[in-house]
Design a protein around this ligand. Structure first.
Ligand SMILES: *Cc1c(COP(=O)(O)O)cnc(C)c1O
Length: 385
């Protein structure tokens, strides 16, 4: 007897978008399902399972299926942006309570937590989640409802121990959500480490081509009332991703694995080269052995990703000048696309940001790393190797 074949690996499933064939034409690329409404059967049923476009869409479902396979999740949900995914998760909490959130995280969501979440009755505490004692102090049994972590955390690429935080939170009856945008499902599977919810700005690596704004959530337990409530809010508030965006995202997901592996390899080279550059004070990249999160990252990730930051000698003025002098790197916010981006991060985060003013954030794309280094070296005034 022959052994049954091993189930296909996530990379295989994604490359073929789960292998779905369009039944009418046998097209191996799915169409975009644009209908907003569906025909009712003569017996008054909806045998296709689709009724209206605000709660549900077939193209969205298809992309959700691929993402769920990549995350090792039982279900995934796509929303109009990363922010709508993150905020829906908070708004769907069963009751108001205490929320503990990573100190180093996407500034837009930290700002929302501090300014908008209290309007829903929550109290929000910003915690250094890389410090497990600080997490233990912050999480109060019966009071804390949610621990929100971002790892690697923007823009210092701090690493939070997902399994350890999940243990602390669960012991106190709190849920754990992980913004895994930067890690991607290629390098990290937060659900397997004990997280209750994974969130992505699908605008970034999942789509990967800087042409879609999208957000995603994934769960291991779709019968969780929290998950059901997120779905209800998505439908009621009209937060579902549009079908064209979902189709582009599906196309992007097919190449996620090769893209992020190549980007991560290039990032590791650049981190090493820039670490020896005279114009650079410090390189922040979890793949470097001296990065404070290196040991935890090595344990919970299978790659270090393609985001890094550099602190330049000479302060804020020099940092802004260096960003002004690059030619190949694009001076722009966002991350995770095939083109490399450079950003003076403190300029966009504003007051209250933990971001050093001499910091430049680098999103490493798919260009040749030697070209990327040469451009940075020139912008730094040479003297690299
Ligand atoms: C971009 C980003 C977000 C916000 O996502 P949008 O798609 O822009 O709404 C959240 N978290 C991280 C880590 C991000 O990089």
């Amino acid at each position: 007897m022959t052994k049954p074949p091993a189930p296909p690996k996530p990379r295989t499933l994604a490359a073929q978008a789960l292998g779905d064939i369009e039944p009418q034409t046998k097209g191996i690329v799915p169409p975009v399902h644009v209908a907003t409404t569906y025909l009712r059967d003569p017996d008054n049923a909806y045998s296709s399972g689709y009724v209206y476009g605000r709660p549900d869409n077939a193209t969205v479902r298809q992309a959700e299926g691929v993402l769920a396979a990549l995350e090792g999740a039982a279900a995934a949900m796509l929303l109009g942006s990363g922010m709508s995914a993150a905020t829906a998760a908070v708004m769907a909490l069963p009751e108001p309570g205490h929320i503990a959130a990573s100190q180093v995280m996407y500034w837009g969501f930290r700002d929302w937590l501090l300014r908008e979440a209290p309007r829903f009755g929550h109290t929000v505490e910003i915690v250094d989640t890389t410090d497990l004692d600080a997490v233990r102090d912050a999480v109060v049994p019966g009071k804390t409802r949610l621990v929100w972590i971002e790892t690697p955390g923007n823009p210092l690429w701090t690493i939070t121990d997902i399994a350890a935080v999940a243990q602390i939170a669960h012991a106190a009856g709190a849920r754990v959500a992980v913004d895994s945008t930067v890690a991607t499902p290629v390098f990290s599977r937060p659900l397997a480490l004990g997280a209750d919810l994974v969130m992505h700005s699908a605008t970034k690596y999942l789509n990967g081509h800087s042409d879609v704004i999208a957000g995603a959530l994934a769960t291991a337990t779709p019968d969780d009332p929290w998950w059901a409530r997120i779905g209800e809010l998505r439908a009621r508030h009209g937060m579902i991703l549009g079908p064209f965006e979902a189709w582009l995202l599906l196309r992007g997901l097919r190449t996620l694995d090769v893209r992020v592996r190549a980007q991560s390899e290039a990032a590791a080279l650049l981190a090493t080269w820039l670490g020896h550059h005279r114009g650079i004070e410090r390189v922040l990249y979890p793949g470097l052995p001296h990065h404070p999160g290196h040991a935890v990252a090595s344990r919970q990730m299978t790659g270090y990703g393609a985001m890094m930051s550099v602190q330049v000698h000479g302060g804020e003025g020099t940092a802004i000048e260096v960003a002004a002098r690059v030619r190949l790197w694009k001076r722009a916010t966002s991350l995770g696309g095939v083109e490399s981006l450079i950003e003076h991060r403190a300029s966009i985060e504003g007051p209250g940001s933990p971001c050093p003013t001499n910091l430049l954030r680098l999103s490493v794309g798919l260009e040749d790393p030697e070209d990327l280094y040469a451009d940075l070296d020139r912008a730094l005034g040479g003297s690299g190797t």
